[in-house]
Write a protein that binds this ligand. Structure first.
Ligand code: GLN
Ligand code: ZN
Length: 742
């Protein structure tokens, strides 16, 4: 028989129960016991609903109150000293590591968070040092296996593998110079042995051990570590399903196929091309293959989801606003569970009438979707097909534009500006909710937004900022706002996906060719400009970021979707200039994170991603100053692409005290203007005046003074007004000081 499996299930609850419970616990409204109970209900609902779909291997142990990597750190005692001895319960230590804690005399910042591979999920980065003493504080895998069993479901537990755990971590600040987390492997293996042996003793037949780093180039150097670890673990563990996802194994396959594991999972959705290689490599072994087809003999094949369903909303069942036609195009986690079970049944030769009916229904729905896809928007397709190289280039090079813009904008040396959003207050959210419910009219809402814009403009004038913004009060979200105004998107009511901790996002879904039926921001930006004689910066989200933060179409390339978005934005940029706006910022925080996992795929991606940005921004005169903003600025290895964007000004996150990033800019001779964030907006802390001056001073030690803008490191929407005001006053002071001293 071919069996079916799900590699992980969303852990937020069908109605965001986990967010609600966790936040209530943080607010002191419910007890730790209540939180455990709420979590237990969500887990039970997930296990039983996946089981009810007929899936054979049901995951457990991947549930999390905050993050599964953080769960591992807590379980293996990888807890930085700063969180200990504060009188906190283990649960509160756990949350303090995830989100920091500021209460009753305790003041510890959160641990660093990083993107989980190329997904939109963030994990809490483990910190290792020579002093790390691994021990099993608790065995979540066993506990949840038993919990599921008590609920009548036998599961296949999921564990993050030892090598990915170490490699995804970083050296703690107090680690010896040159310390590498992977050097701890010999100390870690015995603890994993205990964990897995306990799991076997508890009755688990299989265990899914995730080693996603096996899809990275860097894993090529880890053969001996993998061999040592899995030789030891396979002796004591249940059958190990070594699990990889998000990309292909490539040459790592050479040693993976030799590991003494019972099964291997590969992602054929993201890397369908690897199948033949993998088949050839494992054919002579006994390894069971988990994927989506039948080439090894039935007993050696498991039909599985490509990766954890963590990155998928829970169920389509709660969507009431999508049309029946649209609903038929998608499947969320529960529907996917149903599908893998059906496919496995079909491959096993099932004669069941329900299976046959499901297969038939699926054929019909695929055909309908193909029909819909064939109704493409010819105008948009033709426009993309006829993009010319000159559309990607500004009229003159930056050296020429710089002087033209200096005259036109009349900005002082060290111009001060912000990244776009101002505090999204409760009042703003309430007004939007009221408009949604029909409690206020469109006109009333517009009046409200105009007043907000005016407040933001007057505030900026008052404290003496140079290049103003309108504050983005009209935007629910920097991607959704644009998606709602473009053709080609649909929106869900309840399709939440965890981004990190209790922060969930509800990405728009691209379903057809994208076009712009009408201007999207011109009304607000020109209203804001009409209020002031200072220049107003228009504010857009870039094509690559809109694409990366939406669910893309599967029938056409990401490149095509990105170019369609770019053309829509190009029209908006041109319209903004016509409306009298003289600076426009096109945010591309997701360009870096969209980078493929395999280096050999980078060039192709960077080509279309950078081209898309250029296409969106190059349709203007030399007078118009283009800005772009990046939240994560890990640019070392893609620097030429940042330069190729040719934005007149880029603002970047640089609030980390070391100036390594700016050294990179200098090293490559970056020639356009740059605004490295002078303070961190992710914390309510107000940066002192001297602190900002010191920051500017160290920036000016590296960068030419004629290129420097002065700004915070990201938008202010999550901040309160009080700290925003105090911080920006210090920022303006800092710029004045720089003008006097440089
Ligand atoms: N302009 C956006 C803002 O200020 C940029 C946000 C972001 O980069 N994440 O909110
Ligand atoms: Zn940002």
């Amino acid at each position: 028989m071919v069996s079916s499996s799900v590699l992980g299930f969303p852990r937020i609850g069908a109605n965001r129960e986990v967010k609600k419970a966790v936040e209530a616990y943080w607010a002191g409204k419910i007890s730790a016991d209540d939180l455990t109970k709420a979590a237990a209900e969500v887990k039970k609902a997930s296990w039983t609903s996946v089981k009810s779909k007929g899936v054979d291997s049901i995951p457990s142990g991947e549930f999390s109150l905050y993050d599964h990597v953080l769960d591992h750190s807590a379980a293996f005692n990888v807890i930085p000293k700063r969180y200990l001895g504060l009188g906190l319960s283990p649960l509160d230590v756990y949350f303090a590591m995830g989100r920091g804690r500021q209460s009753e005399g305790v003041d510890v910042p959160a641990s660093e968070m990083k993107k989980w591979f190329d997904s939109n999920y963030h994990f809490v980065v483990p910190e290792f040092s020579d002093e790390t003493e691994f021990k099993l504080n608790f065995n979540k895998a066993v506990e949840e296996f038993k919990e599921a069993q008590a609920a009548g479901v036998t599961t296949r537990p999921v564990v993050l593998g030892p090598i990915s755990f170490l490699v995804l971590g970083k050296a703690a600040k107090d680690a010896k110079p040159g310390f590498q987390p992977i050097s701890l492997l010999p100390k870690l293996i015995p603890v994993y042995e205990t964990l897995l042996a306990d799991l076997k003793a508890a009755g688990a037949e299989w265990v899914q051990v995730d080693e996603p780093i096996l899809v990275l180039d860097s894993a090529a150097n880890l053969e001996s570590q993998f061999t040592t670890a899995y030789t030891a673990l396979s002796k004591v563990a249940p059958n190990i399903l070594l699990t990889t996802y998000f990309s292909r194994l490539d040459s790592n396959l050479n040693y993976i196929a030799k590991l003494p594991v019972a099964g291997l999972h590969i992602d054929l959705d993201r890397a369908p091309g690897q199948l033949d290689e993998v088949l050839a490599a494992i054919k002579p072994t006994n390894i069971v293959l988990s994927l989506g087809l039948n080439a090894l003999g039935q007993d050696r094949v498991i039909v599985a989801t490509s990766s954890s369903l963590l990155h998928t909303p829970v169920t389509l069942a709660s969507e009431n606003k999508l049309t029946a036609e649209q609903k038929d195009w998608f499947s969320f986690a529960l529907e996917k569970a149903d599908e893998v079970a059906t496919i496995a049944a079909v491959l096993s030769g099932s004669q069941d009438a329900a299976v046959a009916a499901a297969l038939e229904a699926n054929k019909v729905s695929i055909a309908k979707r193909r029909d819909f896809e064939s109704t493409s928007d010819d105008t948009v397709r033709k426009r993309v097909a006829s993009i010319t190289p000159d559309q990607l280039e500004r009229q003159s090079p930056f050296t020429v534009r710089k002087d033209v813009q200096a005259k036109h904008l009349n900005l002082p040396k060290f111009p001060t500006t912000t990244i776009g959003s101002f505090p999204q207050t409760k009042e703003i959210r309430q007004a939007r909710a009221k408009l949604g419910k029909g409690e206020i009219t469109e006109a009333q809402y517009e009046d409200f937004i105009k007043k907000e814009i005016e407040t933001v403009v007057r505030f900026q004038e008052k404290i003496g900022l140079d290049l103003l913004v309108h504050g983005e009060p009209e935007r629910n979200d920097m991607v959704q706002y644009f998606g709602e105004q473009l053709h080609g998107f649909v929106f869900t009511q309840n399709a939440w996906v965890q981004s990190y901790g209790s922060r969930y996002v509800r990405p728009p879904i691209i379903v057809s060719d994208v076009s712009r039926p009408h201007p999207m921001t011109v009304k607000w930006s020109s209203y804001a400009q009409s209020l002031t004689s200072k220049p107003m910066k228009g504010m857009l989200t870039g094509p690559v970021t809109i694409l990366n933060w939406s669910f893309p179409r599967a029938d056409v390339s990401r490149e095509l979707q990105s170019k369609q978005l770019a053309l829509a934005l190009r029209d908006e940029v041109i319209d903004l200039e016509k409306a009298g706006i003289s600076a426009i910022q096109v945010d591309e925080p997701a360009i870096r994170e969209g980078l493929p996992l395999r280096r050999s795929d980078w060039d192709a991606y960077l080509k279309w991603a950078v081209d898309s940005f250029k296409l969106a921004t190059a349709g203007v005169t030399d007078q118009l100053q283009t800005h772009s903003h990046f939240c994560y600025s890990d640019f070392d290895d893609i620097f030429p692409s940042i330069q190729r964007l040719d934005a007149d000004v880029i603002s970047i996150e640089a609030s980390k005290a070391d100036m390594k990033l700016l050294t990179t800019f200098k090293h490559y001779g970056y020639s356009n203007q740059i605004g490295p964030g002078v303070y961190d907006i992710h914390s309510p802390r107000v940066p002192g005046g001297q602190e900002i001056k010191d920051r500017l001073k160290s920036m000016l030690d590296i960068l030419p003074d004629s290129l420097l803008f002065v700004n915070p490191d990201c938008g202010l929407k999550t901040r309160g007004w009080k700290e925003t005001e105090a911080s920006l006053i210090n920022l303006v002071e800092g710029a004045k000081w720089a003008r006097e001293n440089y």
